[in-house]
Write a protein that binds this ligand. Structure first.
Ligand code: FAD
Length: 457
């Protein structure tokens, strides 16, 4: 017998339940990746993520070849392609990981019906792209937790399934056509500092992180200049790493750093369960606040300055430039630039979320859209009126100004924390930094506008 294993956002060989189930139940398997046309046409094929995807697919193919197999790649309509490959390989079963977005749910149902109509079965495996399945932890009165703390209390008590070893041997039937693997080199518009992807790269990074960085994580995760977070998010996004395996490995190490790190992985599960229960919240407000976001020429000019890292607030600009350069941004940076856009500038969170999705290597429907809403106060945050003051944040999380000087070279000559408020310099000194703009809005003015707007709430 033969089974198809459809890889989606689980591009790895270690701890892969669909692959394990297929290998246990069949003589041969077809490891298949379909470049889903619907994902591309919905605007999710941003160059940085395509580059990471290419790294992941190449690495997966290399890993399969070491084990006697290979990856079959197709593109087009996912359902039609899977059915075609299953027919070519005379496979009885298709195994796939469960996913959480509305598109993923609809696609899974369409695939199930199409396969069943042809006498084949679809097996959907939970806890592959998340630690716990989205519905594993629910409150008594609802289908999902809307607030993180009670969710996490229950999440932390659940047992996590064991991680599976990578297979030793994978037998793939001969004669199946595969499209050439996409190459990173063929892509235009990549961030110059974009990191490499793929399972091997990801596993190296995890080992280094668990040996060193994680120890100080509880105290240093907000230190912008220290860059002391794991940077595993792009690897988790494409499933080059198993979140289940990561939780086990981190917990084995123990200590407050490991616990704080595991708690962040629970945030990832939290957003996945919210999106799974409310698929529409990826495009609409999770909670309506009757916002009438700013529009028009002045708002557009503000958005352009925000995207370009030229708002005149050095900490905001540093973070936006890091995003453009690396296709990644520190979490503290994401929080403060999102607060700046949605509260200080009072611009619709969807505009910011779209820009992030255009650039982030880890850009992800659940984590991006739900975090944006959390920050905008239209999501699951319990303090929707909180506004992060960029200058206070800068003094707290970049006390010596190292992060700002790293990303805003115009201000590199300013010492210490004075870099956070260049507008306070005497006129004569300010002109030395002429290339750097004045603030596009006063903080008090922005706060006032936001309060008046939300006052209608
Ligand atoms: P670490 O601090 O090392 O954390 C470990 C892992 O935990 C991360 O890799 C990530 O998988 C998970 N994690 C940490 N914080 C969060 C969080 N708040 N929500 C969900 N998961 C979390 N993360 C994405 O993966 N994709 C996105 O598109 C995304 N968009 C965001 C947009 C905004 C406005 C904000 C405020 C946050 C966003 N995040 C997103 C969450 C977070 O910023 C990143 O996961 C984190 O910065 C990645 O860096 P790291 O791997 O070094 O994180």
């Amino acid at each position: 017998t033969t089974s198809v294993v459809l890889f989606t956002r689980d591009l790895r060989l270690h701890d892969h339940p669909p692959l394990r189930a297929a290998l246990n139940g069949s003589d041969a398997v077809v490891p298949l990746f379909v470049r889903d046309r619907a994902v591309d046409t919905a605007g999710f094929a941003a160059p940085n993520r395509l580059a990471l995807l290419s790294d992941c697919l190449r690495d997966l193919d290399a890993g399969l070849r070491e084990r006697g197999g290979r990856l079959i790649v197709r593109s087009g309509d996912l359902v039609a392609q899977v059915c075609a490959v299953a027919a070519e390989a005379e496979a009885d079963e298709v195994h796939v990981a469960a996913d959480v977005s509305g598109h993923a749910h609809r696609r899974e149902e369409a695939l199930r019906s199409a396969l069943e109509a042809r006498g084949r079965r679809l097996h959907v495996h939970d806890a592959v792209t998340t630690v716990l399945a989205p519905g594993a932890v629910t409150p008594a009165s609802s289908d999902h937790f809307a607030v993180f703390t009670p969710y996490f209390r229950r999440w932390a008590e659940c047992s996590v399934r064991d991680a599976l070893a990578a297979p030793r041997k994978v037998r793939v039937p001969d004669g199946l056509r595969s499209e050439p693997l996409p190459a990173r080199e063929d892509l235009a518009g990549l961030s110059p500092g974009l990191a490499r992807g793929g399972e091997r790269e990801a596993r190296k990074r995890v080992s280094a992180w668990l040996r060193g960085g994680v120890t100080g994580y509880a105290d240093r995760h907000d230190d912008l200049a220290g860059d002391a977070t794991s940077r595993l998010s792009p690897h988790l996004h494409f499933g080059a790493l198993s979140p289940v395996e990561l939780v086990h490995r981190a917990r084995r190490g123990g200590g407050p750093g490991a616990e704080a790190f595991v708690r962040q992985l629970a945030w990832r599960d939290f957003h996945a369960q919210v999106l799974s229960a409310r698929p529409r919240s990826s495009a609409a407000d999770y909670r309506t606040r009757r916002d009438r976001w700013r529009t028009g020429a002045a708002a557009e000019a503000d958005v352009a300055a925000w995207k370009d890292g030229r708002t005149g607030y050095p900490i905001v600009d540093a973070a936006m430039r890091q995003l453009r350069h690396e296709g990644w941004m520190h979490n503290r940076g994401r929080l403060l630039v999102a607060s700046f856009l949605t509260k200080t500038l009072y611009v619709d969170w969807r505009i910011g979320a779209r820009h992030f999705l255009d650039l982030l290597a880890d850009g992800d429907v659940a984590n991006n859209q739900m975090n944006w809403q959390w920050t905008a106060g239209t999501g699951t945050d319990t303090r929707p009126h909180r506004v992060l003051n960029p200058t206070t944040q800068a003094r707290r999380f970049d006390p010596d100004g190292v992060y700002v000087r790293r990303w805003v070279p115009e201000l590199a000559g300013l010492q210490g924390r004075s870099v956070h408020e260049p507008w306070r310099l005497p006129e004569a000194e300010r002109s030395a930094y002429g290339a750097y703009p004045d603030p596009i809005v006063g903080l008090a003015e922005g706060l006032d506008r936001f309060k008046r707007a939300r006052g209608r709430d």
